[in-house]
Write a protein that binds this ligand. Structure first.
Ligand code: TXE
Length: 479
């Protein structure tokens, strides 16, 4: 049975304020006319803080501050910009515990993930891009690369701090200034990051954080003072943004959904593959755009893999995100829980076989047991649509060709995994798979030096590595 015990001692490392303003031009300021909203802990439904909603006037102010700051920031030497980024990275490391606890409180993810994955990789992005800032001439970015100007960035709730760092670090390294809007259910680590900017003495206006929901995001990406848009979120909103900026001078990168296949061949080390399948879909409650949400397992070992998977799932601990032993935390919001619940019901209605281990869930908050569907066919909605929760759809295949055809048979193309001992097969499969990232004998590995992004409805543009930098510069003739 599950004994829900909040962990007050770890909570005490964060200095949670009862209300937060907007971070504009280096200061926390009150909104002009926005309606404040509450951010809650998805594990307990308690209110964590009241957060400001940026109105159109606030968006105007933030963009104007970024525009003014751009004049001097873009003229600063790369080495000087790099110094600020190094400083930010180091402060993030120093305040890692605060960031990790706050992220787990606001998002619901297990503390061991925010502590070991989100926060360190977020800092690593700033270190990595700090290193690029004075070496852009060697990054093969084309003729006369220059920053776009003011970048409007909208990020989702699944990796709030990490997505912020993916967006802000390359933008600043290349000399742009930023207005960023975090998701409405997870604004707190972005606001803590604003404090880090102050602590690092980053010039006012270089980074502005405005909070709010969809309409604030819409006002930002549609703002005439924004030169480039970077978005991570749902395919539906990505398409709406693409329509908003069509015909304008704005450049955009869109990182949208996924329905990755994790492909397990009969010569793979099965126990290792089972761990990879579990990480692939249950890491971060399955709120991962590159999650291995479809298991494609070779028919001859399907029964063995299913049995081992079920045994492994029965050992996963679902519960308090602040407990270091927790494997699966809370679903980020009631709306997301409803979406997952509905699609899982569709899976049952379409005839797939549902299985989840017995486990007691806390009385309050948003929870979903790790769930497996077997007997899934390609046409089922749970094989086609992004569930964005701890739900795995299991399909089988006989030949490598069939595995490729099934893996590619979705509207998405973000990532894929291959498990096999055969190197030549890995190379052949990686070439055939329509996926921006292909992992072999591992899954969900992230590195700031590796470009990340998708094909088809998973969006366009790459983040990370040299390719990620190129999204933040314009080349050719002077404007
Ligand atoms: O995303 P939204 P939601 C997928 C996942 C999930 C579904 C819905 O399948 O179940 O999307 O999630 C801002 N103009 N992903 O509804 O709405 C919003 O405020 C500008 C995959 O939460 O796309 C938030 O900051 N911005 C994904 C951000 O967009 C707008 C991660 C994302 O919210 C806007 C998240 C608008 N018109 C969800 N409307 C991934 N690729 O990782 C909303 N926003």
């Amino acid at each position: 049975t599950f004994d829900y015990a909040p962990a007050p001692e770890s909570r005490s490392v964060v200095d949670l304020k009862s209300s937060y303003g907007l971070f504009i031009d280096g200061e926390f300021v009150d909104s002009r006319g926005g309606t404040p909203f509450k951010t809650i802990s998805p594990a307990t439904e308690e209110v964590l803080a009241e957060v400001s909603e940026a109105s159109q006037e606030d968006v105007d102010r933030a963009v104007a501050a970024a525009r003014t700051a751009f004049r001097s920031w873009s003229r600063l030497s790369g080495a000087d910009r790099g110094k600020y980024l190094f400083r930010i990275a180091r402060i993030m490391q120093e305040r890692a515990r605060e960031f990790a606890v706050l992220e787990s409180l606001d998002n619901g993810k297990p503390i061991k993930e925010s502590r070991d994955v989100d926060v360190p990789i977020a800092a690593a992005h700033f270190f990595y891009h700090a290193g690029w800032a004075d070496k852009l001439a060697y990054a093969s970015l084309g003729d006369n690369p220059r920053p776009h100007g003011v970048v409007g960035q909208v990020i989702p709730w699944n990796f709030p701090l990490l997505m912020l760092s993916w967006k802000i670090a390359p933008a600043l390294a290349t000399g742009n200034t930023v207005v960023l809007k975090p998701a409405e259910t997870t604004p707190l680590t972005a606001l803590l990051f604003a404090e880090v900017c102050q602590q690092a003495d980053l010039p006012p206006g270089v980074v502005n954080i405005i909070t709010g929901a969809g309409p604030t995001g819409q006002a930002l990406v549609g703002h005439e003072g924004v030169d480039k848009v970077a978005f991570t979120g749902s395919t539906a909103v990505g398409k709406a943004i693409a329509r908003t900026i069509a015909g304008t001078r704005k450049k955009a990168t869109l990182e949208l959904g996924g329905k990755a296949a994790n492909i397990v061949f009969d010569d793979s080390p099965v126990d290792q593959a089972v761990e990879g399948i579990v990480t692939g879909i249950f890491f971060n409650q399955g709120h991962v755009c590159c999650a291995g949400s479809r298991l494609l397992v070779q028919e001859s070992i399907a029964e063995e893999v299913e049995a081992k998977l079920k045994a492994r799932l029965a050992t996963l601990r679902v519960g308090d995100p602040l407990d270091k032993n927790t494997d699966i935390g809370a679903i980020n919001s009631r709306a997301q829980l409803d979406r997952i619940t509905e699609l899982a019901q569709v899976g049952e209605d379409e005839g797939a076989v549902r299985w989840a281990p017995e486990c007691e869930l806390p009385a309050n908050g948003f929870w979903f047991r790790p769930t497996i569907f077997t007997g899934v066919s390609q046409t089922h909605r749970i094989a086609q649509e992004e569930i964005f929760g701890p739900v795995l759809s299991v399909l089988t295949f006989r030949t490598p060709g069939e595995a490729v055809a099934k893996a590619n048979n979705t509207p998405y193309g973000l990532s894929a995994g291959i498990w096999t001992e055969k190197g030549s097969r890995i190379l052949w499969m990686a070439d055939q798979l329509k996926a921006g990232v292909v992992w072999a004998n591992t899954f969900n590995k992230f590195d700031p030096a590796s470009p990340f992004g998708g094909y088809k409805e998973s969006g366009y543009g790459r983040e990370g590595g040299r390719h990620g930098l190129s999204a933040y510069v314009t080349t050719g003739a002077t404007r």
